[in-house]
Structure formats: C-alpha cells, structure tokens
Design a protein around this ligand. Structure first.
Ligand code: ACO
Length: 352
C-alpha cells in the first residue's frame, strides 16, 4: 500500500462571546492585572454562557472545520473529542457531538489526557489514516474549565478559559500531516493537577462538596518545573522521528499555559521567543483546545501558513506530554520549484 498521510483539510475554532478581563477578576478575588500579566502573560479569557456546553462549543468548531474541508459530517469515518470536561461523566460527549453534527452512526470516542489531548488525538487519527482503516477523521480539542474552577481560588481561577478547536484530517499520498510525534505519561505526578472528587475514587458527597473537592486543584510550581523540563525533551524526540532538526521548523506552537513556561522552553531550545506562536494573552489556558485554537488564530492572522512546518508541543494533567511535527498541507510545486532553484544556485556558487 502506498504510504498514507493525514492532510489537514479543515480547521476551525470557537470561543464563547463573553470576555473576562484581569480587571474583572480584581473584583472577585485578591489579585491584580499586573500580577496576572507578569506571572502568566494572560490579559483576558473567554467564558462560556450558561446555555453553552463542551458539546455545543465542539460542534461550533467542528462545523467550521468541516465547511473549510468541504466535507459533510456524514462523510466522516471517525470523530475524536479530546476533553477533560465533557458534558457528563457518561455518556461520552463524543456521541453528543456526533449526533448534533448529524454524523449518523459515525464512531466517536472521548480521549482524556488533559491539556495534551488534542495532540494525542491528532496522532491517533494519523494512525487510523496511515493504516488504511479510515480516510476522513474529525479531531476536536474542547474544554469548559470555567465550570470546574473555584472562582474564590485566585491561584487557579485567573489561569483558564473556555474554547474548542477542530481539525479535519483526510487521507493523502503526498507527504504532510503529522511527520513525527512523541507522547508520554508519568502518573507519579498525578496529584499535581487533579479534580479530586469527580470520579469513582472519590464520589461527590456532601463532605467533598463542602470542601470544594469537585474543583480543579493544581500544584503550580511543580507543574511549572515539569513543563520547563519536558517541553524541550519531547520536542527533540518528535524532531528525531521526523528526521529533522529545529532549523527545519518554521514555528513552534506550544501549549498555552503560561508565557514564562514558553520563555523558559525558548531559552532551553536556544531559540528566540519570536519563533513561538503565543496566544495566551487573548485566551488564557484552554487546555485541550489551546493548540488548535492558537493555530486557527495564527492562520487567520497570517502568522503561519499551511505549508509551514510546525512543532506542536504540550504538557498537562496525568502528568502527560506530547509533541508532533506538523505540516498541514503538502508542499506545493511552487515551493518545490523555489527550493530547487535555490539549491541549483547554491550548487553553482559552490562549483564556481
Ligand atoms: N494574584 C495575586 N497573587 C497570587 C495569585 C493571583 N492570582 N495567585 C497566587 N498568588 C500569590 C501566592 O499566594 C503566593 O503568595 P505568597 O508568596 O504570599 O504565598 C505568590 O503569589 C507566589 O505564588 P506562586 O505559586 O509561587 O506563583 P508562581 O510564580 O509560581 O505562579 C502559577 C503561579 C502562575 C500558577 C505558575 O506556577 C504556573 O503557571 N504554573 C504552571 C501551571 C500550568 O501550566 N498549568 C497547566 C496545566 S493545568 C491544566 O491545563 C488543566
């Protein structure tokens, strides 16, 4: 069988209309715009309206992606929804999304790996395409963390936002899509980002409710240390798998959790911060939605292109990490021709 790649033919993102600024938060908790900007790089976040859910946000992003791909939902072979904040513990939100899109009988599943979920989903979709099993796959990263945050806890409530992002992958024989990836997990750090009382280990009851154990808890300093260590390591592994080095990459798209983490990653990779796509000031940390949202925003702003080689890199609850070298569309003949001309010119210079 000819080698098959997952070309990204559609992309879309959704953020709720309501914007909560740092100044708004000053009225809720003991914090300041200056503290939040200096420690995180965040200026504002979008927060879902009461009638919005992870499913509705996912569908908004998915419809845009399907439209861009010129594909009907019924033509999908698989839907993957990466999220930690599904509408319910069960049924899986992926089935709600499948139904709302009108993708009748299309298989759908939820993938839960925290903030790395979208990259886990992207690489999983790529495997289904490479193997020849499926041709058209929708991958969504969606998160409605504002419903799981203690709005009295200044150490977490300033950090997160709600959003969804979606990609359509379609089989192609031209080299593109995920060209290399790395994934990993280390459950010894599971306590560092946790929703304690939402699962079978600690069912919600009056006592857990009174203690607020149904809200997200985070050991910010430990997550910070982990993130700054792992981002460079996993990036190198993805690049090695793709047979590339950082010089082959146009833009790095990191998980958008904290600007200082991105700056530290830039330092450890020996790269200027300008090589990183940063959108945290607009959206805060939208967990599994952060990377597709940043890419959609970057494409709209003309900061990245479909033929650019992107290095996507993320970390999150688990603890987990993931990275991928991604070229959304195949290199066009024009670009090939330019590259050929450049190499001929170099060859002439060398021989002269
Ligand atoms: N406003 C004002 N002061 C605050 C706030 C706030 N919003 N939050 C904390 N502080 C205070 C603390 O109480 C502390 O005060 P103290 O020294 O009197 O005790 C002081 O600021 C410093 O607190 P630190 O926790 O040391 O602050 P730090 O510089 O580490 O920043 C932060 C905290 C932003 C959480 C940082 O550790 C971080 O970003 N960590 C990584 C988090 C992350 O990446 N999470 C992503 C995964 S989670 C997920 O995606 C689901």
């Amino acid at each position: 069988m000819e080698k098959r790649y997952g070309r990204i033919t559609g992309w879309g993102a959704y953020v709720p209309e309501k914007v909560v600024t740092n100044y708004d938060l000053e009225n809720i908790v003991d914090t300041s715009h200056e503290w939040i900007v200096q420690r995180t790089g965040i200026y504002q976040r979008h927060v879902a309206a009461p009638n919005e859910t992870t499913a509705t946000m996912s569908v908004e992003a998915a419809r845009l992606a399907l439209q861009k791909a010129n594909l009907a939902a019924s033509e999908l072979d698989l839907i993957i929804v990466a999220t930690t904040t599904g509408d319910h513990l069960t049924p899986p939100v992926s089935s709600q999304v499948q139904h709302m899109l009108g993708a009748t009988n299309v298989p759908a599943f939820v993938l839960v790996t925290g903030c790395t979920g979208f990259l886990y989903g992207l690489t999983t979709a790529q495997q289904f395409i490479s193997s020849g099993a499926y041709d058209n796959i929708l991958v969504i990263g969606a998160e409605l963390l504002s419903r799981f945050i203690d709005w009295n806890d200044r150490s977490t409530c300033v950090l997160f936002g709600d959003a969804a992002g979606a990609f359509v992958l379609q089989a192609s024989t031209e080299p593109c899509g995920v060209l290399g990836f790395d994934m990993g997990s280390d459950g010894s750090g599971s306590e560092h980002i946790i929703l304690p009382a939402t699962g079978s280990a600690e069912p919600v009851n009056a006592a857990t409710f009174a203690e607020g154990r149904h809200y997200l808890r985070m050991n910010g300093r430990e997550v910070f240390k982990f993130a700054t260590r792992i981002l460079g390591q996993t990036s190198q592994r993805s690049l090695a798998e793709a047979g590339m080095t950082l010089t082959d990459i146009d833009t790095i798209v990191p998980h958008q959790a904290n600007l200082r983490i991105i700056q530290a990653a830039a330092r450890s990779m020996g790269l200027p911060i300008e090589r990183f796509l940063v959108k945290i000031h607009k959206y805060a940390n939208t967990s599994a939605a952060a990377i597709p949202l940043a890419i959609c925003d970057g494409l709209d702003a003309g900061e990245i292109g479909l033929e650019d080689r992107l290095l996507l890199v993320s970390f999150g609850a688990g603890l987990t990490w993931a990275s991928a070298v991604l070229q959304m569309a195949p290199t066009t003949e024009t670009a090939f021709a330019a590259a050929r001309t450049a190499s001929l010119e170099i060859a002439e210079l060398v021989s002269a």
